[in-house]
Design a protein around this ligand. Structure first.
Ligand code: SF4
Ligand code: SF4
Length: 150
């Protein structure tokens, strides 16, 4: 296997509530994919049942499920100035950003993502080793297509 372009690791540190761009509607509409385990995790965190959770917080998109958005396109769990209201139980997609396969497939893709996310390549960033990047990339895939019936 050839070495990936990020064999020396990557730099990233989320700016948190002072930014919030990827959770708010500032990037426009989008999808926050959730599988069954993730929906159950967030429902438990909220102290509600699975059915109530799916009725109120998710939408079906093909054979997958995504969190809904508010009218202003913010994620349904984003609170302006405070951040994610389900942070401890947030989906893998959120936990693994920006180390998604599409963002690290090439240096150009990573640099393009850095134009949108100020936490990528920032000054004083945390260093993510190649192994850690690969772990996060792999984990981001576990939130992908829901195969078990709901
Ligand atoms: S866009 Fe980047 S820096 Fe801003 S909240 Fe999202 S991950 Fe953090
Ligand atoms: S679930 Fe939380 S971390 Fe994920 S997009 Fe929504 S507000 Fe952001």
């Amino acid at each position: 296997m050839p070495e990936p372009w990020y064999s020396d690791g990557l730099k990233f540190k989320c700016e948190g509530v002072s930014c919030g761009d990827c959770c708010s509607g500032r990037w426009g509409t989008g999808y926050v994919w959730v599988n069954r385990a993730e929906m159950e995790r967030i429902a438990n965190h909220l102290g509600i049942g699975f059915d109530e959770f799916t009725r109120n917080y998710v939408r079906g998109v093909g054979n997958r499920f995504s969190l809904i958005e508010k009218r202003n396109l913010d994620c349904v769990f984003y609170v302006e100035g405070k951040g994610c209201s389900v942070y401890e139980a947030r989906p893998n997609q959120c936990r693994t950003y920006p180390f998604w396969p599409s963002n690290i497939e090439s240096k150009a893709a990573w640099e393009e993502e850095a134009d949108a996310c100020p936490g990528i390549n920032c000054k004083g960033c945390d260093h993510y080793s190649r192994e850690r990047v690969d772990q996060l990339k792999q984990a981001s895939r576990s939130a992908a297509p829901l195969t078990d019936p709901v």
